[in-house]
Write a protein that binds this ligand. Structure first.
Ligand SMILES: Nc1nc2c(ncn2[C@@H]2O[C@H](COP(=O)(O)OP(=O)(O)OP(=O)(O)O)[C@@H](O)[C@H]2O)c(=O)[nH]1
Length: 307
């Protein structure tokens, strides 16, 4: 078969972003592990500073499905939290499709109900995913599906068990089909460490906020620029903290570099624990004006691909 023939006969590829939303314990991490497999979706990392982190990428049929996490949507207490909530919903709005995951045993109580309310303002396609069906009677499931669909018009309702995998292939089939036609975002061999890179950036960003939350505005951003696995089993990670002004750079560095040193130590410690390998972390602080308006940055964060 010639190249041309291959091109014309191959089924079109699909790709897109699926935002996963659900109350704590709904089973998001379990579902990601089920859909994505392997260690790429690092479980249960609760970083409140996340805007839109890619948690894993599934390849199914001809589609590349990029799962985004949008945490911090619930119970905003402080001002900081409220701002994060806004951006978390922003992350959802940038997805092609939203998967609303409910723990069927808990039903629509508490956070799930609040999320359902919030979803009303989002124009994206929404899919209802009732999880933990292994623990719930069928008639209760149907009642729950009905109640949620009465509040919002979901495109589809799936009933799954993230734990056993029941119903998960149907969900993947659907996503692969419904996501826009187009080339994949990431080469297949590159996707395995992409969530790791982003997660590493989020961890440093979290440490940055923990140390400097009053002093440094939201206009800072961390990127993992290099990720090098070494023969001795350690990994060398280089990250850049982008700020908008020189004055912010001074804050990030701190007096005699104390701030950056503390941030680096805290981040390295956590990264070594998560990755289960020694980490050499190198942090740089760079000034980049208006990074917030730079579409290339958004693209790296997994947002704005569709525009
Ligand atoms: N029986 C059953 N348990 C499940 C299922 N899916 C997840 N769980 C369990 O529910 C608990 C919470 O699952 P997680 O995947 O950590 O939930 P999460 O939504 O990621 O939680 P946060 O990280 O706290 O937001 C874990 O004990 C899982 O084993 C399922 O389909 N059936």
């Amino acid at each position: 078969m010639t190249d041309q023939e291959t091109e014309t006969t191959a089924a079109p590829t699909h790709s897109g972003f699926a935002a996963l939303i659900g109350a704590t314990n709904a089973g998001k991490s379990t579902l990601l592990n089920q859909l994505v497999g392997a260690k790429v979706s690092i479980v249960s990392h609760k970083v409140q500073t996340t805007r839109a982190i890619i948690r894993g990428i599934a390849i199914h049929n001809n589609a590349q499905i990029v799962f985004m996490d949008t945490p911090g949507i619930f119970k905003p207490r402080r001002r900081l939290d409220r701002a994060m909530v806004t951006s978390a919903w922003g992350g959802a709005k940038d997805a092609d499709i939203i998967l609303f995951l409910i723990d069927s045993e808990r039903g629509l109580k508490g956070d799930a109900e609040k999320i359902l309310e919030g979803l009303k303002d989002i124009r994206q396609k929404k899919v209802l995913v009732l999880n933990k069906i292994d623990r719930v009677k069928r008639e209760d499931l149907l009642a729950l599906a009905q109640a949620a669909n009465a509040a919002i018009e979901f495109e589809r309702t799936f009933m799954i068990s993230a734990l056993t995998g029941s119903g998960c292939t149907d969900l993947l089939d659907y996503l692969a089909d419904v996501l826009p036609e187009g080339p994949w975002f990431y080469p297949e061999d590159q996707i395995s460490d992409l969530p790791m890179r982003q997660l590493a950036a989020e961890i440093t960003r979290e440490k940055l906020f923990l140390r400097l939350h009053q002093e440094l505005p939201y206009a800072s951003h961390v990127e993992t620029e290099k990720w090098e696995e070494r023969k001795d089993g350690s990994v060398r990670i280089e990250q850049v903290i982008y700020v908008e002004r020189d004055s912010q750079k001074k804050i990030a560095l701190g007096k005699n570099g104390e701030a950056i040193k503390a941030i680096s130590t805290a981040s390295r410690k956590e990264l070594s624990e998560i990755l289960e390998q020694p980490v050499h972390l190198f942090l740089f602080v760079k000034v980049r004006e208006n990074w917030g308006d730079d579409p290339a940055r958004f693209r790296e964060m997994g947002l704005d691909f569709t525009k």
